[in-house]
Write a protein that binds this ligand. Sequence first.
Ligand SMILES: [Zn+2]
Length: 247
Amino acid sequence: MTPLPDLTLVVLVFASLAAATAVFGIGPFALGRGVPLDHIGLANAVAAGMMLGAAYGLLVVGLGLGKTAVAAGAALGIMFVVGTHTASGTEDLDLNRLDDRTDAYGYQVLLVNSLHSASEGVAIGAAMAVSRPFGVFMALAIAVHNIPEATVLCAILTGRGVGVVHAAGLAVAANVSQILLAVVAYAIIAAAPGSLPWALGFAVGALIQLTMSELLPESYRQTGHRSIALATVVAMGIVVFMRGFAA
Ligand SMILES: [Zn+2]
């Protein structure tokens, strides 16, 4: 197998860019407007659909490299999400429970956002190991999806009395794990190219598990089944369609 080009700096720059776009999530609150509850559900549905679209793109590439490794990697990704949720007691934690004002929920939602971002970092690192255009595409897709996710987090934080600037800072900080894991995943794959289908599978399993367990359950209740299903499927379709333009 030919060694990977050294794209560590490209991974670092694009993963940082993706993490930083979370700052735009504060937009409605910075303008002095709140976000209605049904829009919170929609924001999550858009983020969820983009994650499913990203997972589809990773899956298609991975299956061409090794079906068994992708399946095993996906199992590991699902186990990572389930295991970290279980270990931190957050297995039933929705990321958009605006009416929960307990201290524990405040800490847990930051922790869960941070763990959530870590898996998306693996997606960026693994995609960059496939090719630079695919890696850039993945980073941009994750960047755009970080905005509605940050809006939901900012709604929770500002609802608890956190100022707008601090809420934006925390939303970006929750994505630092995305940068770290993108660089680490790329470095591991560069050192051991055979791990690429495993890493792609890991990201696929983790992204889908996160979507189903964190983003969608509460959203259905907040916004209604038809709207959430439509927003999710359309957002997924757009990412899958756009993927066709990244070699
Ligand atoms: Zn996400």
